[in-house]
Design a protein around this ligand. Sequence first.
Ligand SMILES: Cc1ncc(COP(=O)(O)O)c(C=O)c1O
Length: 371
Amino acid sequence: MKVYMDNGATTQVDPRVLKAMLPYFKEKYGNASSLHTKGQEAKGALEESREIIAKLINAEPEEIIFTSGGTEADNLAIYGTYKNLVITSAIEHPAVLNVCKELNHKIIKVDKFGIVNLKELEDSVEKDSLVTIMFANNEIGAIQPIKEISKICKAKDAIFHTDAVQAFGKIPINVKALGIDLMSLSSHKIYGPKGVGALYIKKGIRLKPIFRGGGHEFKIRSGTENIPGIVGFAKAAELAVKEMKKDNMKLIKMRDELIKGLTKIPNTRLNGHPKNRLPNNVNVAFDFIEGEGLVLHLDSKGICASTGSACSSTKLEPSHILTAIGLRPEQAHGSLRLTLGRFNTMKEVDYVLKVVPTMVEKLRKISPLVE
Ligand SMILES: Cc1ncc(COP(=O)(O)O)c(C=O)c1O
């Protein structure tokens, strides 16, 4: 059996998305800046896609800037609006954290479930500072109190950016109601193509571009627009929001079944919040297990999963997210992340629940970590 449960890393392009994209590779290949019919056809698709994305988050079309993905949107938001101080959380994606580390920054702690400490945030925010805190976490699925964070920012005249790459399409998002100033989105986490995303920029927020060029995207992001990608992103976003309720019901059922089954394994704990987590996220830590070894063994059984332990060339670094929620490095190394998606089935969940406990038992028998 082949089981793909790494949808937090990326997703399969939905066949309906691919169908919407294909004409823009073939007959509708114009450059949206060209004056002729082919160019205007591409321009029409670009503006229609902008309207679709805007409407889904309750924004205006001119508040949406298309980018090459979540990483670029995060970089653009932070470099583009930074003045004197950027405040972020300890569990951000490297696309945020590594940018902040180049600037005058402060990192806010999270609790054992991965939720930011609002008191520490409130005490740290100053006038004109930029606050960048993710909507939902990629590894443990923790969902942040976005409304409360935006209120703190408003009260101090600070700008609030959120990386919603993992949340968009899985949680309803209304930027106006939530008081968000800037928000990063990515297409490939929601069954759209890779290499395309967007940055929402609230009207009135001044942002310096990163790229110098022909002044595309309202002079904010130069570069010929990726029309097939943008059309696919808009279609994927439309489907994700339209089918969110139905998809989530199924995802939550599978997620909870996996959590129930996996936490029955002795010396195993759930990472992240038991309830306040993304509908598709399962993350557990097995004592005495090396995560990369487990992932490779699962792969040999046809299961694609991931771990918070990433081997760099010289040393095995534990996940900064898992250590931020209080796991010791050796516990963080024993983590397994399963991220469900639209195309997973309960049969696959049953298969995973058959394979993982046996595999963990087998690996523990040969583990040098067992006392
Ligand atoms: C929370 C978060 N932010 C940003 C990114 C980067 O997005 P992209 O792959 O579109 O550059 C990811 C992707 O893993 C993510 O999970």
